[in-house]
Structure formats: structure tokens, C-alpha cells
Design a protein around this ligand. Structure first.
Ligand code: ASP
Ligand code: MG
Length: 404
């Protein structure tokens, strides 16, 4: 018995049937004697549809008005869900972000949660209400409605769990948890029982879209255990938590990211300051650089290769031209690449993880173009056509069938 925060994403509440299904999960939790705070996203594709509507009027809507519009999606889902809970015989009250005490920074569209003043939520719980809170939104110091950025309701849920010292923060979604690879593509992908925040952050950035990154960062900061589980099949999910007493596994997962472009400049003078100038220009354009490789060429020149997201590729090329006097023929931009990675805190204490990964690629005749490593991750850049094959081969090497 304790306080449960339960978050349901857009697909879990997309129609009346799904809303009733969710209401059943919530009322079951409540009837077991727990206090329940629920966080919901807008139904189905509502947020996308609202953005479309705004774009029909103007390509450049005011950010304040866009937040006012987008926040309405969650107002629909909280009120419907509160009605559904009452229909199942339990008391419920719905609250918008500002009513629930979500104070945010003033940046419309990308607001950060500054504090959750949970007095109202507490008062409603004291009245034995199930509290249904609109995710993804808050209020800034001008008393205007703000939103937290796409997928922000996960963060709303973790923030409430942190502020109220909840027993559990459960993020219900349409998959059963976090897997060792994309279960739609890899037949013997396994569901993980648990994973650390750092591993989850790597997996989230690498394209395993189960949890919003900021929610994991917040969970780590305030030590909130987050459980990812399905709203459709009632089976245990995956728990994101700190390392202590973890199931020992060499790696937790294999992922691919196709939102990558590789940019190279060749024949740069082999003198100090080239990398500094290049990467500070990219930074001033707020372009995130991922893998970097520099090599010395013949006749006192050097080559620099780096990767950025596809959306930043053109701007990165422009930055190079702005910074250096280089011939067009010395710049290449390749978007036909993918990054495939293995992630796992276990590799820190196991030599040979990289060799095992590279061997799997070699056996399938897949050429590695770039490599980068951190304590808990090894990534390779390869041609995009081979990416799925690479994930399958690497997954098989680390998770042989007999263990499935
Ligand atoms: N409804 C918002 C979105 O679609 C927030 C969320 O789903 O978490 O981005
Ligand atoms: Mg959504």
C-alpha cells in the first residue's frame, strides 16, 4: 500500500474502449488500498492533429498560442478518464497542469519543470479522490500555459512521483517494457526485468522510443524507480532504477539509429586549432555532434569526420564553409548511414565486448566506417542498407537462441 503514480500515453486512451480499460487498471490499484495519481497524454494523434490545425492558419503560429492550443488535448483526456473512473464506482477529480501545481520555465514549447507544488493533489488525495492530472503542461511566471515538448507527459509523471515521494511511478504504454532489441524485428528479443538510468538514457537516445529522455534524467536525479509496462497485457514490465543488486548481464540491448549524417572534410592543414574552430562554430549553431574522427593524411594534411542528425547536416556543411576556406570537393556529406550500438553497464568489467560485436559484423561482411565507445556503449557507423542485418547479427552473438 502506498502512493502510485500511473501514466498512460496517447495510444492507451485513444478511444472509449481504451479509456475504460485504463480506468479499470486505475480503480483496481485504488481498490487494493493505494492512493493513485494518474497522468495522461492527449488521446491518440490529437497533439499532431492540433499542430496541423494551427498550420492551416499560419506556418508560424505564436509559441504562446500554440501551447494554449496543444494543452487542450490533455484537457479532453483527463476529463473523460475521470468520468470513466467514476463510472466504475471510484471518486475522481481531473486537474490541469496549473491546478496540479506544475510551475515551469517560460520557454513555450520546451518549458522545463521548476517545481511541482503538490498541495492541491495532496488535498484531493486526503479526500480519497483518484487524481487525474494533465501531462505535458504547466504554467510559467506570467501565468501563461506552457508545454514541455513532445512526449513530455512521462516527465510530468516522474516529477509528481519525485515531489510526492511515491512508492512507484508506472509508465503504461503499448509495449510490455524495454527489450534487448526491437521486438518487431528481432524474434528472440528479450524483455529486460531491470535497467539502470544510464543504460536507459543511452537506449532512449539511440532510438528505443519507450521513455522520454528527460523523464529518465529526472528519475535518476531524484531516484524515482520507473516501471515501463503495457496497458493491454497485465504482466510485469521493466524497472528503471539504480545499479544495486541488478541482474548481471553483459549488455542490455542492441539498437539502431538511422537519423545520422556523416560529414567529412579532407585536406585540412595539419596545424593546431582546426578542430577547435570547427566544433565551436557547430556549437554556436547549437548543432550536436556525435562521433568524431580525425586522422592525419599524407603531406601534412588532416581529415576530420563527424556525425550529426540528418536535420542538421546542411547547416553543418554551411558551418564548415563559413569557418574555413575549403574546396567543395573536400567536403562530403553522406546520409546513407546508420549507427548501430550495444549498451550495457556490464561491459565495463568484461573485456572483449567490442571484439564480439566486430566479429559478428565481420561474419556478415558488414564494413565498419566509424567506431565510438563510452563506458557503457559501443557504436559503429555502417551503411544504412545493412543496419537491420547488423542488429540481428550482433543480437544473436550476445543473446544466442538457447538462452531465449
Ligand atoms: N501529447 C503530447 C505529445 O503527443 C505529450 C505526450 O504524449 O507525452 O507529445
Ligand atoms: Mg502523445
Amino acid at each position: 500500500m502506498g502512493l502510485y503514480v500511473q501514466k498512460f500515453g496517447g495510444s492507451s486512451v485513444r478511444d472509449t474502449e481504451r479509456i475504460m480499460n485504463v480506468a479499470k487498471i486505475i480503480t483496481d490499484t485504488y481498490r487494493q488500498g493505494n492512493d493513485v495519481v494518474v497522468v495522461v497524454s492527449a488521446q491518440g494523434d490529437t497533439t499532431d492533429d492540433l499542430i496541423e490545425k494551427a498550420k492551416e492558419i499560419t506556418e508560424n503560429p505564436s509559441k504562446r498560442e500554440l501551447d494554449m492550443l496543444l494543452a487542450s488535448g490533455e484537457q479532453i483526456s483527463i476529463s473523460l478518464l475521470a468520468m470513466a473512473i467514476e463510472k466504475l464506482g471510484c471518486p475522481a477529480v481531473s486537474l490541469l497542469g496549473w491546478q496540479a501545481g506544475f510551475n515551469t520555465s517560460s520557454a513555450y514549447g520546451t518549458a522545463r519543470i521548476k517545481a511541482v507544488k503538490a498541495d492541491r493533489i495532496r488535498a484531493e488525495i486526503d479526500r480519497h479522490n483518484i487524481v487525474v492530472v494533465a501531462g505535458f503542461q504547466g504554467i510559467n511566471r506570467y501565468d501563461d500555459i506552457t508545454t514541455l515538448g513532445r512526449g513530455g507527459s512521462d516527465t510530468s509523471a516522474v516529477a509528481i512521483a519525485a515531489a510526492m515521494h511515491a512508492e512507484r511511478c508506472q509508465i503504461y504504454t503499448d509495449v510490455e517494457g524495454v527489450y534487448t532489441a526491437d521486438p518487431r524485428k528481432i524474434a528472440n528479443a528479450r524483455k529486460l526485468k531491470e535497467i539502470t538510468y544510464d543504460e536507459m538514457l543511452e537506449l532512449a537516445t539511440l532510438g528505443a522510443q519507450v521513455l522520454n529522455n528527460r523523464s529518465v534524467e529526472m528519475g535518476k536525479k531524484y531516484n524515482v524507480e520507473i516501471e515501463v509496462l503495457s496497458s493491454l497485457n497485465r504482466v510485469p514490465g521493466t524497472i528503471v532504477k539504480e545499479v544495486a543488486k541488478m541482474e548481471k548481464m553483459l549488455i542490455r540491448g542492441v539498437t539502431k539509429d538511422t537519423d545520422v549524417a556523416r560529414i567529412s572534410i579532407t585536406n585540412m592543414p595539419h596545424t593546431p586549432g582546426v578542430a577547435f574552430k570547427l566544433f565551436s562554430t557547430l556549437a554556436s549553431h547549437k548543432i550536436n555532434v556525435d562521433i568524431i574522427l580525425q586522422s592525419v593524411g599524407r603531406s601534412n594534411t588532416k581529415d576530420i569526420t563527424f556525425t550529426v542528425s540528418k536535420g542538421n547536416a546542411q547547416e553543418a556543411v554551411d558551418c564548415i564553409k563559413e569557418t574555413f576556406d575549403v574546396a567543395d570537393s573536400d567536403i562530403t556529406c553522406d546520409t546513407n548511414v546508420a549507427k548501430v550500438s550495444v549498451v550495457g553497464a556490464g561491459m565495463e568489467s568484461h573485456p572483449g565486448t567490442a571484439a564480439k560485436m566486430f566479429e559478428a559484423l565481420f561474419e556478415h561482411d558488414i564494413n565498419i566506417e566509424m567506431i565510438s565507445t563510452s563506458e557503457i556503449k559501443i557504436s559503429v557507423l555502417i551503411e544504412v542498407e545493412s543496419a537491420d542485418r547488423a542488429v540481428a547479427a550482433i543480437h544473436k552473438a550476445f543473446f544466442p537462441d538457447e538462452l531465449a
